[in-house]
Every structure is written in C-alpha cells, then in structure tokens.
Design a protein around this ligand. Structure first.
Ligand code: PEP
Ligand code: MN
Length: 362
C-alpha cells in the first residue's frame, strides 16, 4: 500500500470545515437510550453516530453487547436524525449483519487488529465494499501490525480507509487507561500522510476529565477527526462509565477546541519558524556531539574496569546519577518522566560501549 491523495476521498466527501466528529455511546443499551443520545447529537458538529453492538470485554461475565437487535435501533436513529452509523465488527458474521442493516462505517477494534486471521476474515467478508472502514491500533505498540491490518483491507479492494489511535496497553499503571505513545501514530502519519487519522481520547484516557486535553493534543498534531464516547447518563452506562461524556459536555469540548492550520503562508510566520528551526537544528547537533563525548568516556571507564576485572554495572552509581539528574532536570523545567526515559537510554548505550571493551578478545 502506498500513500495517495485518494485516501482522503471519503473524508473530503463529508465536506466539513472542521475535523470529523464521531460520537455516541460505548454500547447500545436500549432503544430509548440510543434514540435519546442520537436526538441530542442531531444538529451538532457530529457527522457519525457510533455504538458498540458486540462488546469485546477483557473478562467474561460483563455486558457483552445487545447484539443484532441494536442494529435496528441504530437504523431508527439514522432515519430520524440523518446521522451516519458506525459499529465495531470483529467477525464475518458481524460484517454480514452490519451490511444488512446499512451501517455506513465499520471499525475494527484494538483486540481484533492484533490478530491477522481475524482481520483477514473481515477483509474477505468486506471484499470491494465502498463502506468506510477504520482500523484501531492494536493493543500492543506495534506499528507494522497496525499498518498490516490496513493493508489486508486495502488488498481486498477496500479504498475508503482510515485509522483510529486509541492508545496501547501497559502493565504498569499510568495516568492513561491506554498509553498514547504519540510517536507511533506520528510515524504512521509520516508514512501515510493522506490516510485519515482519528483520535479516540475516550479509550486513551479512560477518564472524561482528560478528553478535551488529549483531543487538543491530537489536533495540534494535525489529526483529521475524533471519536468520543457520548452517553445520556454516563455514570450509569453499562460499559466504560468513567470515560463517557454527555452530549452537552461533548458540545462544550468541541466548542473549546482550537483548530490549527497545517501551515501558514505568511512571510513573517515562515521567517520566524525558519529561525527557530535552525536554532533547534543547532542544539540537536550539540546534543549529538555531547553524547558522543560521553560515550567515549564510558569507553575509557570500560578499559579501566577491564584492567581491574570489575563488572560493568554498579547499581549504586546508576541510582545516584538518576537521582541527581532528575532533580537537576526538574529544576530546568523538564519532566521527571522524560529524564528517566532519556537517562535509561543513555545508560543502556554506555553499558553497550563498556561491554564491547570489556569483552574484546585480542
Ligand atoms: C470501543 O470503541 O468501544 C472499543 C471497544 O474500543 P477499543 O477496541 O479501542 O478497545
Ligand atoms: Mn468503550
């Protein structure tokens, strides 16, 4: 699959002066709930109404979706409000039912994207469809697997494609439900700049108070749209209660978003940007020069340790460095998370340099 302008055709057809908004409940629960939410989203910036019909739950015993009956409620919502419809599909049987009920957008969930057999089954069932198909990132941070999922659809003749960034699972607890790992989405965007990229702040944050901040971060990175879980009574939702917002809250979030242009042709903007970028380029070269000097010294330490037959790693020394640098970095306005990541990388590289020397066979 190669990038092409045609990848944006379906998005352009919406003809929106703003990023596309997909909204609706995590799960369709009752006909009344679906109709209430859809009515409140009518005449807003929302173009597509989402609702989970089959829910992939982490552990058995939870609410697993209302199933095919929910598709009838969605059709009713579409007939009354004119909103297009989006549902998650995970099997060929889901695809068949979704197509029978005139669903406009089908998305592949994070737990499905990880499985090439499942994605292929969906691609085969959708062969040559002109429906819009959106692929969520896999739960594990693997760009190739994400691209691979889109390629399976593309190879099945499906051209109206897009991707949804919903964050990645981690074992350690962070402030996010699913860590965004922005760099993975940015790498995807660099490879396929015309493939529409949509943020799912609901599943990234797991927390309704953080939705607007993460959506803004995505728009600052030129994302093309957002999918936000919206419920008439979020607190009592049958799934993902903590992350859903009311239609009123959604409208306020959208209203407050700052939509940025990809660039500005004005000369003074271009000139200022050029100057600032050349400063950054200078600092980046300085950083590399310093790192190279640091690694040379690490090599010298390696020689010394080799002479005395001392182990490469001294934990106490490493802990001292971390502590000192974290304190110093924070004072300089850097975040603790960044310093820890940076120094772990630097340390690993130093150890590699020392190991090469210690184990060098003459
Ligand atoms: C969802 O959108 O409700 C969903 C199940 O998402 P994900 O596949 O990202 O977990
Ligand atoms: Mn959900």
């Amino acid at each position: 699959m190669e990038n092409s302008k045609e990848m944006r055709t379906w998005l352009n057809a919406f003809n929106l002066p703003h990023p596309i908004v997909i909204a609706g409940p995590c799960s369709a629960e009752t006909e009344d709930q679906v109709m209430k939410i859809a009515r409140e989203l009518k005449d807003s910036k929302v173009s597509v109404f989402r609702a989970g019909i089959w829910k992939p739950r982490t552990r058995p015993g939870g609410f697993e979706g209302v199933g095919a009956i929910g598709l009838k409620w969605l059709q009713k919502a579409k007939a009354e409000t004119g909103l297009k419809l989006a549902v998650e599909v995970a099997t060929a049987a889901h695809v068949k039912l979704a197509l029978e009920h005139d669903i406009d957008v089908l998305w592949i969930g994070a737990r499905t994207t990880v499985n090439p057999f499942a994605v292929q089954e969906i691609a085969d069932a959708l062969q040559n469809t002109d429906k819009i198909v959106l692929v969520k990132n896999p739960v594990n941070p693997d760009l190739a697997l994400w691209i691979g999922g889109v390629e399976r659809l593309y190879n099945a003749g499906i051209k109206n494609l897009g991707v949804i960034h919903r964050g990645f699972s981690t074992y350690e607890k962070t402030k996010y439900r699913n860590n965004p790992e922005w760099q993975i989405a940015i790498d995807f965007q660099n490879k396929f700049p015309d493939l529409p990229l949509i943020i799912d702040p609901s599943h990234i944050t797991g927390n309704r108070d953080m939705i607007s901040q993460v959506t803004q971060e995505a728009l600052d990175l030129n994302y093309d749209g957002m999918i936000i879980e919206t419920h008439n009574d979020p607190e009592n939702a049958w799934s993902d209660a903590a992350q859903q917002v009311t239609p009123e809250q959604l409208k306020k979030i959208i209203y407050d978003l700052v939509i940025r242009k990809e660039t500005d042709e004005a000369d003074d903007y271009q000139l200022k940007l050029k100057k600032l970028r050349s400063k950054i380029d200078g600092y980046d070269s300085d950083l590399l020069a310093l790192l190279s000097k640091r690694m040379k010294i690490a090599g010298e330490i390696g020689t010394l340790k080799r002479e005395k037959n001392v182990a490469v790693l001294q934990n106490q020394r490493w802990n001292e460095i971390l502590e000192k640098m974290t304190a110093e970095g924070i004072e300089k306005g850097l975040t603790e998370e960044f310093i820890l990541k940076l120094f772990k990388l630097i340390h690993q590289e130093s150890i590699l340099h020392q190991e090469k020397i210690i184990n060098f066979k003459e």
